[in-house]
Design a protein around this ligand. Structure first.
Ligand code: GLY
Length: 379
C-alpha cells in the first residue's frame, strides 16, 4: 500500500489563490464607495472615515497597492495616490506626528516608491523617517511613542512595526544612522519589553532624563503583567522585519519564541481574546487581527530560515489563517465591507469591539500574497 504524501504548500497555494480573487473583488467594490478616504473600523457593515492623521491611515492605500501590484488597476493606483497626497496635511503640520509614521507611510509612500519609483513619495518617506529618528531617546535607547508631555518616557511594543521605515531609509540613503536607531530600539524591546516566554505587555515607561526603566503598563492589554495578543503579533512580525534587514540571529530567535507563545495560546478556532491572560467576561473583545498579523509575521520569519525549519512556520501560519478565516470571514455577506469580523481596537476603552478593522484586512491580504509566492513587502 502506498501512502499519499500530503503537500501542504500545494493546498495552501490553492486556498490562497481562491482567497486572493475574493479579496480583489470585495476591495474593488468597497473602493467604489469609499474612494480616497481613511477607513478604520466597519460600523454596521460600512467602513468609517477617520481624520487625516489617524495611525491606521496607511492600511487602505497599502491594501490598494497590494492589488495594483498584480492587476495594474489604474483606478486603485489613483485612489492610493490621492490618500497619500491628503496625508501631506499632518506631514507638513508636523506637531500631530507620532511614532506610528511607519504604519502610515511605509504602506503608502514607501509602497508607491517601490512600485512606481515616484520621487515625491520617496521624499515623504524620508521626511517621516527623519521624524521617527528624531524621537529617539539616547539615554533609554527607545523611540518615544506618543506626544502628551506626561508620556515623554513611554515606549510601546507596536513601534516594532515602525522600524521597517528606518531600515528602508538607511538603504535608500546609504546612511546607517536610521538602521542604528532601529536596532537600538529593537534591542531595548528585547531587554525591557519582550519576556523570556515570548509574551508582551503594551507599554514600558522610562525616566526620559536618565533612561532608567520605571514600570510597565497594561495599555490596550489587560494588565502590566498580562499578554496583549495584538502586541504579541506586533513583536513577532516586527522582530522578523528587523531580522530580514539585519540578518541578526537575536531577532530571529525573538520572533521564534514569540511565535511559539502565540501558537501555544491561540484557541482552536484561531480567534484569540484581546489579551491571552485576561479573565473571561461576557462580551469580551476578541482579536482576529492579532492572529492574522501573527501568521503574516510567521510567513516573514519562514523566509529567513533553512527549508526544514521554514516549512514548520509556513504550515503553522497557513493553518492559523485558515482557522481564523473559517471563524471570521465575511466573504459571502454583501452588506459587510470588512473582509474579516471580530477584531478589537481597544477593549479597555471599549472602542470598536468585535468588528472588522482595516489592518486585519491588510495583513490577511499581505499573508495571502506571501502564500502565493509574492513575498516582497512594503515595510
Ligand atoms: N497601534 C495601536 C494598536 O495596535 O491598536
Amino acid at each position: 500500500m502506498t501512502t499519499a504524501w500530503h503537500n501542504q504548500d500545494e493546498e495552501a497555494k490553492l486556498w490562497a489563490e481562491e482567497r486572493w480573487s475574493r479579496i480583489v473583488d470585495k476591495v474593488g467594490r468597497t473602493s467604489k464607495r469609499i474612494g480616497a478616504s481613511f477607513p478604520y473600523a466597519s460600523v454596521n457593515g460600512q467602513y468609517n472615515d477617520e481624520p487625516v492623521d489617524w495611525w491606521t491611515n496607511g492600511f487602505w492605500p497599502g491594501l490598494l497597492w497590494l492589488i495594483y501590484r498584480e492587476t495594474g488597476d489604474e483606478r486603485l493606483r489613483a485612489i492610493a495616490d490621492e490618500v497619500e497626497t491628503k496625508m501631506d496635511e499632518p506631514l507638513q503640520a508636523f506637531e500631530p506626528l507620532h511614532h506610528d509614521v511607519g504604519f502610515m507611510w511605509s504602506l503608502s509612500s514607501v509602497a508607491q516608491y517601490k512600485l512606481t519609483g515616484n520621487e515625491k513619495s520617496k521624499l515623504r518617506a524620508l521626511t517621516v523617517a527623519s521624524h521617527l529618528t528624531g524621537r529617539f531617546n539616547l539615554k533609554g535607547g527607545f523611540i518615544r511613542a506618543w506626544n502628551p508631555p506626561e508620556r515623554i518616557g513611554w515606549a510601546i511594543i507596536d513601534c516594532m512595526m515602525n522600524l521597517g521605515l528606518l531600515y528602508w531609509a538607511s538603504e535608500a540613503t546609504d546612511d546607517p544612522r536610521f538602521r542604528h536607531v532601529a536596532m537600538a530600539h529593537a534591542d531595548m524591546t528585547l531587554r525591557d519589553i519582550l519576556r523570556p516566554d515570548g509574551s508582551t505587555n503594551h507599554i514600558v515607561c522610562f525616566d526620559p532624563e536618565t533612561g532608567e526603566r520605571i514600570e510597565s503598563r497594561g495599555g490596550q492589554g489587560y494588565a502590566p503583567d498580562s499578554a496583549w495578543s495584538r502586541g504579541t503579533a506586533w513583536a513577532l512580525y516586527g522582530m522578523a522585519i528587523s531580522a530580514r534587514y539585519t540578518q541578526e540571529e537575536r531577532y530571529i530567535l525573538a520572533a521564534k519564541r514569540t511565535a511559539h507563545f502565540f501558537l501555544a495560546n491561540v484557541p482552536d478556532n484561531g480567534l484569540p481574546p484581546y489579551d491571552f491572560r485576561a479573565p473571561w467576561e461576557e462580551g469580551m473583545g476578541m482579536d482576529a487581527s492579532a492572529s492574522i498579523c501573527a501568521a503574516d509575521g510567521m510567513l516573514e520569519l519562514s523566509l529567513l530560515l533553512p527549508e526544514a525549519e521554514a516549512k514548520l512556520y509556513r504550515n503553522a501560519a497557513y493553518r492559523l489563517l485558515r482557522r481564523v478565516d473559517e471563524t471570521c470571514g465575511a466573504w459571502d455577506d454583501p452588506k459587510e465591507e470588512g473582509l474579516l469580523r471580530f477584531s478589537t481596537a481597544n477593549f479597555p476603552r471599549r472602542t470598536h469591539v468585535n468588528v472588522p478593522i482595516i489592518y486585519a484586512d491588510f495583513f490577511f491580504a499581505e499573508a495571502v500574497c506571501k502564500l502565493r509566492g509574492k513575498t516582497d513587502i512594503f515595510w
